[in-house]
Design a protein around this ligand. Structure first.
Ligand SMILES: NC(=O)c1ccc[n+]([C@@H]2O[C@H](COP(=O)([O-])OP(=O)(O)OC[C@H]3O[C@@H](n4cnc5c(N)ncnc54)[C@H](O)[C@@H]3O)[C@@H](O)[C@H]2O)c1
Ligand SMILES: O=C/C=C/C=C(\O)C(=O)O
Length: 486
């Protein structure tokens, strides 16, 4: 059986304890590899390697040298595109048609964008007067923050991990990455690419394992890490924040959401249906930016519901290699149990099940996969957990509204504020509503249209800080002001 190991100081190593856990393909339920589980010893070795490498050649390279190496990392991912695709789809079960357009290309792009960005972003300078008349010059320089702990989730494993590792390395930091226990493989494979691209040993380290009482907790408790960047659940973010408080370490948190879509009667209905379909069902609903609450102006409510139902019923459920499939399984049986509990809750709370609501009938070879039906509800009240809590499955609830104010109020009523999608052809209305929706990211007439130079992150309990473009440089560097008396 294939083993997935840690990558520490440029070497693949197993755990001293010999502890391993199963990596399961959620499309088939088969065990595809054994993953080494890091103990405190491996996490400590990885942090020490990262610390040593920080004081080695990496942070002393010129921007140009570092940038060239990171371009080589991106090229290395592209050169082994099929291997990354195979590994990502085996870990997640997602359609290859999806991962080949989103996960793997973004994995490479995350290195290229920040490799170029670090070379082109200026810092500030202020001339000041002094009593003796000679003056002073203040200018700022960026320095790496240090050793960064990166903790990533399972839904877009390579994309979300490299979204952090790309800028962290571009800024001259070194990293210790703890990928999700559900999706260890592409993060491990990236070690080979780093080596081939000329990234010095110890700059990119990976420790495998679980979160609590395992590699994740050991990494966030380690005193020699300078900052943490995390994507995952809000509750986990709270725990990481507590650990990071010891030693006053910086954090960047991209957390959960319960995102609202707002569809006005003056929308382009084809666009609104297409976008809402993607935002509710892409990646089997396992996208933090996804829409689980859809508010539709009453005059087009019935038409919208029946058209979304028709499209949802056209989704083709199937395994990664099925070129016609556009809906894969959930990540695990555990996640399916969680999503199914909300499907049941919706029925208990009196929802109308417009479509779906259960488990699809699959051929024998796929019977043990974590398959689930895409599901749409209407008719729930605001007190139902189904429309208040993040489900992270292929489902949405659709509710009518009468006025713009009401739509905004509904969108803003939860403690989350990650993303929102507004559908209207009236641009004044779009700008007015977008300005009032409490979310870090608002799309108008689109969804998940990403420009990597822009600020990305959540408001309220959906996160702290912004990454993307110069905002990533803010987090991954210390901005130092030098005051030079003339
Ligand atoms: N805001 C965003 O950009 C964004 C993006 C993707 C996913 N998410 C959120 O992620 C969640 C789904 O991902 P998940 O289930 O993998 O999240 P999760 O919080 O359970 O796990 C994320 C990572 O944290 C680790 N972890 C868990 N407990 C830990 C602990 N006590 N200490 C240290 N590490 C710990 C896990 O092992 C994993 O690597 C959803 O809530 C989703 O909204 C947010
Ligand atoms: O599931 C969450 C998706 C997050 C996407 C990004 O972080 C990104 O596109 O940079």
């Amino acid at each position: 059986m294939k083993e997935v190991k840690h990558y520490i100081n440029g070497q693949y190593v197993g755990s001293a304890s010999g502890r391993m856990f199963d990596n399961i393909n959620p499309a088939t339920g088969e065990v595809i590899s054994q993953v080494h589980e890091a103990g405190e010893a491996e996490v400590d070795a990885a942090v020490q390697a990262a610390r040593a490498a920080l004081n080695g050649p990496w942070s002393k390279m010129t921007l140009d040298e570092r940038s060239k190496i990171l371009h080589a990392v991106a090229d290395g991912i592209n050169a082994r595109f099929d291997e990354f695709l195979e590994a990502e789809c085996a870990d997640t079960g997602k359609p290859k048609s999806l991962a080949s357009h989103i996960d793997i290309p973004r994995g490479a792009a995350n290195f290229k964008v920040f490799a170029d960005m670090v070379k082109n972003v200026a810092t500030e300078a202020f001339e000041m007067a002094t009593p003796d008349g000679t003056g002073a010059l203040n200018y700022a320089v960026r320095r790496p923050k240090g050793v960064i702990g990166v903790i990533s989730p399972w839904n877009l494993p390579l994309l979300l991990m490299t979204w952090k590792v790309g800028p962290a390395l571009a800024c001259g930091n070194t990293v210790v990455v703890k990928p999700s226990e559900e999706t260890p493989t592409t993060t491990a494979l990236l070690g080979e690419v780093m080596k081939e691209a000329g990234v010095p040993d110890g700059v990119y380290n990976v420790v495998q394992g679980y979160g609590g009482d395992s590699a994740g907790a050991f990494l966030t408790a380690h005193p020699d890490v300078d900052g943490y960047t995390f994507t995952g659940e809000t509750r986990t973010g709270e725990l990481i924040m507590q650990n990071a408080a010891k030693g006053v370490r910086d954090i960047s948190l991209e957390l959960g959401g319960k995102n609202a879509g707002i569809v006005f009667a003056d929308c382009d209905m084809d666009k609104a249906i297409e976008g809402t379909m993607r935002s509710a069902f892409a990646n089997c609903g396992q996208v933090c930016l996804g829409t689980e609450r859809v508010y539709v102006e009453r005059s087009i409510f019935d038409e919208f519901v029946s058209r979304l139902k028709a499209e949802a019923e056209k989704l083709v459920i199937g395994p990664p290699d099925d070129a016609t499939a556009n809906l894969g399984p959930l990540i695990s049986q555990k996640q399916r149990d969680k999503v199914l509990s909300y499907y049941q809750q919706a029925v208990n709370d009196g929802a109308t099940v417009v479509t779906g609501g259960g488990i699809p009938d699959m051929p024998d070879a796929l019977k043990n996969g974590s398959w689930i039906q895409p599901t749409i509800w209407t008719g729930l009240n605001n007190d139902s957990a189904v429309i208040n809590e993040e489900i992270f499955g292929p489902c949405c609830h659709i509710q009518p509204f009468d006025t713009e104010e009401e739509a905004i109020e509904q969108a803003n009523r939860l403690p989350y504020g990650l993303a929102s999608a507004i559908w209207t052809e009236n641009l004044s209305r779009a700008a007015r509503v977008a300005g009032q929706v409490e979310a870090g990211i608002v799309w108008v007439n689109s969804w998940f249209l990403r420009d990597l130079r822009t600020a990305f992150g959540g408001s309220k309990q959906s996160g702290i800080g912004r990454e993307g473009g110069e905002h990533s440089l803010e987090f991954y560097t210390e901005l130092k002001n030098i005051c030079l008396k003339l």
